[in-house]
Design a protein around this ligand. Structure first.
Ligand code: SF4
Length: 295
């Protein structure tokens, strides 16, 4: 079965034949990737000292209005590669000393990535594999990764359908993300660490958006209420407008007060397995340069 023939890989369910046309994600049936290299700015238990072996895929099925990686998500910058080349890239990352393979926004290429992972594992890939996604995913698509992914690093962007429509053009985001996360926790039911490094489990990321701390509190409350210590939560403050935004609130950074309100709420709730960010992380210098390196 060719999943790209009538594509329903993500909740957009475009139904297009990606050999001939592109769906909402902007991608055809050929793998496109924009950068592969070591990345040091993930959670410390993901990046460690040696770095996480990121592979950034081109295109995106969510396309947040404020995307910081717009060159790849919207403009589609990237190099066309085969699944054989992708499996080689994974092995190169391992040889470079990467602590894990970090697959960034690969939802719309899931069948090809799964094939490349199987080849790489047969060829000696041993480091953990990490799925770094928007959580706007179909459970049946995630099932293609069964036995191939060790760490799930999904965003959980919002529980507010109004914001989901405005910022992500996806009013169904909250329901889709809940189901995707539930699947991830089912297959990786507890965080496992070796020394200081996570080697298996689920780490959910939530970015506190300007003017939306009430929604952030709802998200934290949902995550902790549903999963307690079966997951880690990263509460992030790094929102930075990199282009002029259509909504006023998005033209500024999240304030320190807005962020602290959410962090204090999490502490009061009893959340202990959480990563918080220090001031000064909202800089565009943390955004990787997309130049095809490592591809
Ligand atoms: S992966 Fe792309 S083409 Fe397929 S359903 Fe999602 S947005 Fe549409």
């Amino acid at each position: 079965m060719n999943y790209y023939d009538n594509c329903t890989l993500c909740p957009r369910r475009c139904g297009v034949n990606r050999r001939e046309a592109k769906g909402y994600c902007g991608m055809g049936d050929q793998l496109l990737a924009a950068r592969a290299g070591l990345h040091f700015y993930e959670e410390p238990y993901i990046s460690g000292e040696s770095g996480s072996g990121t592979v950034f895929f081109s295109g995106c099925s969510l396309k947040c209005v404020f995307c910081q990686n717009w060159q790849i998500s919207r403009d589609g910058f990237g190099k066309e590669i085969s699944t054989d080349r992708l499996s080689e890239i994974f092995l190169e990352q391992q040889s470079r000393g990467a602590l894990n393979i970090n697959l960034v926004t690969g939802t719309h290429f899931t069948p090809s990535i799964a094939e490349a992972l199987r080849k790489a594992k047969a060829g000696g890939l041993q480091i953990p594999v990490l799925w770094n996604s928007s959580a706007y995913e179909e459970v049946e698509t995630l099932r293609m990764l069964e036995g191939l992914v060790d760490i799930w690093l999904p965003d959980f962007k919002t529980l507010d359908e109004g914001l989901a429509k405005k910022y992500y053009n996806a009013p169904d985001y909250p329901e889709a993300a809940k189901k995707a996360l539930d699947y991830m926790v089912t297959v990786s039911p507890e965080p496992v660490f070796e020394g200081d490094l996570m080697v298996s489990g689920v780490n959910v990321r939530h970015l506190v958006m300007p003017g939306a701390s009430a929604d952030s509190k709802n998200v934290i409350s949902y995550l902790y209420g549903t999963y307690k210590n079966r997951i880690w939560i990263s509460i992030m403050n790094q929102y930075t407008p990199v282009t002029a935004q259509p909504y006023d609130k998005l033209n500024r950074k999240t304030t320190r007060r807005e962020y602290e309100k959410v962090v204090n709420f999490a502490i009061d709730l009893g959340v202990t397995q959480a990563m918080i960010q220090e001031e000064g992380t909202a800089k565009d210098s943390f955004i990787p340069v997309f130049d095809g390196e490592g591809i």
